[in-house]
Design a protein around this ligand. Structure first.
Ligand code: CS2
Length: 492
């Protein structure tokens, strides 16, 4: 079967949406770090929408850890398919905004040339929560992280996101190419400030004059990003080939909904993303807290407790009456009271819409995909909400059960005693805790709750919080999730 590329683009079936501009006439104006599925279904789609009006904003995408999708994207002239799926059906769309795909391991010089290019004025990034080499509880750069240790010793050969940004900004300063804006698009609280702090800390440690230059020529606006993008499966690849009549090795699958809220604090020119549905504001914080706590908090709750209950996908877990009841009550009773609604947003209606989105049976969003990297996700998804509930003297029983679900999942065995493949930067630590606990749930809970990198000094030392989580871990261990959940809902 022939491949999707510039030569086969025009011949695609009529039902396939394709770029309404000439991709070969697009110039690179954006560098993106981390061209994973989420970026290609979110920022790259917003940018694709505006290239007809302004072809200056093509994307040079870089993958840091792996060349996997890079070779496939380059073989397709950067083209790939977003397969939008919902109960309304399937809509294939070919995206042309990615004009260059680089792998850091072999293309560092080309990337540095892009950073030095005055036509490039924006760097966006989706390197996932674990890609920042930070302490999840404090949001500060972790100087002991192996990649940071490496990058401080060899800054020109940086492999971490903070180190690579600093190397690129050094190239930009050396070329005299002027100001630039770094736009974090990961699910982190105050993400722009967090990246600014880490880039500043790293730059200060390798070249204080560069740190000063960055402070004067680079801005780091915050954003809220939202689109449910499950990992692509072989069945998705086959479906795209059937719909297009050509092979696309790297399609992405997504829901129809997408939202992008961006702080309007750019150091130089930027794409007019507001003309294609993004929202610029001076205060992203409300949108970010709303989304991280209501969507991502309930997502993680469903992921851990749903997986333990035997559900492979989020739509199955959220259709379960007791799990649905739990997240409805968790959102209404414990999360919404901690969220300030952005202007015009009804938080209860937003919460109801989340359940509709989660129940999209056309999207097999796996509970284990969301369960990944819990040590990096829990602070902003569940623990900050607990902090606000504690400060307000409010209940957090549903949140405590969700945290206990994470501990039970991260302990590495499921309710049938079968091993769970726990994917997390701290997985070895979890396994050691589970081994030391020797099947004693109270000791297991204590071992996890002692992880100040996740729980912070405050929650890790909080007697009532520890007791609430431990009680739930003991119940999950003793009675299983079904019985624990039923008793919880009857009691709470
Ligand atoms: C999910 C998110 O994988 C996960 O952790 O909770 O990727 C979620 O799908 C997005 O934030 C939705 O915008």
């Amino acid at each position: 079967m022939t491949t999707l590329n510039l030569a086969t683009l025009a011949g695609l079936p009529a039902g396939v949406t394709r770029p309404d501009y000439d991709p070969t006439a697009v110039r690179v104006g954006i560098i993106h770090l981390g061209i994973g599925a989420f970026h290609r279904a979110h920022q790259a789609v917003f940018t694709d929408d505006l290239l007809r009006a302004d072809p200056r904003w093509g994307i040079c995408g870089v993958n840091l850890p792996s060349p996997l999708s890079i070779d496939a994207l380059n073989a397709q002239d950067g083209l790939y398919t977003v397969l939008q799926k919902s109960s309304d059906g399937v809509q294939p769309r070919v995206i042309g905004s990615l004009r260059e795909a680089l792998f850091l391991g072999t293309d560092r010089a080309r990337l540095m040339a892009r950073f030095a290019d005055p036509a490039v004025k924006v760097v966006t990034m989706t390197v996932t929560e674990k890609g920042y080499c930070h302490d999840p509880a404090t949001g500060k750069l972790n100087p002991a992280h192996p990649d940071i240790v490496h990058d401080r010793a060899q800054p020109a050969q940086a492999v971490s996101a903070p180190g690579l940004l600093v190397a690129g900004l050094a190239a930009r300063r050396a070329a005299g190419s002027g100001p630039i804006t770094v736009v974090c698009c990961d699910n982190l609280p105050h993400n722009g400030h967090l990246v600014e702090g880490m880039v500043g800390a790293f730059a200060q440690s390798v070249d204080p004059s560069l740190a000063d230059w960055i402070g004067r020529h680079v801005t780091f606006p915050c954003t809220m990003v939202d689109r449910i993008v499950p990992a692509t499966t072989p069945a998705d690849v086959a479906e795209v080939a059937r719909l297009l009549g050509v092979a696309d090795a790297v399609p992405v699958v997504a829901e129809p909904f997408r939202q992008w809220v961006i702080e309007d604090r750019f150091a130089a020119e930027r794409p007019a993303w507001e003309t294609v549905g993004a929202e610029f504001t001076n205060d992203v914080g409300m949108f970010e807290t709303m989304k991280l706590r209501l969507l991502n908090g309930s997502h993680s709750t469903l992921a851990y407790l749903g997986f333990l209950a035997g559900f492979e996908t989020i739509w199955q877990a959220s259709a379960d009456p007791e799990l649905a009841r739990l997240i409805e009550r968790q959102m209404a009773e414990e999360i919404i009271p901690t969220v300030v609604a952005p202007a015009g947003v009804d938080l209860h209606a937003y919460a109801r819409m989340l359940l509709v989105r989660f129940r999209n049976t056309a999207l097999p969003h796996r509970t284990q995909q969301i369960a990944m990297d819990g040590s990096q996700k829990l602070p902003q998804r569940l623990l900050n909400t607990v902090r606000d509930r504690l400060a307000a003297g409010g209940s957090y029983a549903h949140l405590a059960l969700a945290v206990a679900g994470w501990i039970r999942y991260a302990s590495g065995t499921d309710e049938a005693g079968k091993p769970i493949a726990v994917s997390d930067p701290m997985a070895p630590t979890f396994a050691a805790i589970a081994q030391r606990a020797g099947g004693d749930p109270a000791r297991l809970a204590a071992g996890f709750l002692d992880l100040t990198a996740v729980f912070g000094d405050d929650l890790s030392a909080h007697p009532a919080f520890r007791s609430a989580v431990t009680r739930n871990v003991e119940a999950l261990w003793r009675d299983g999730v079904r019985k624990t959940l039923a008793a919880h809902l009857a009691r709470a």
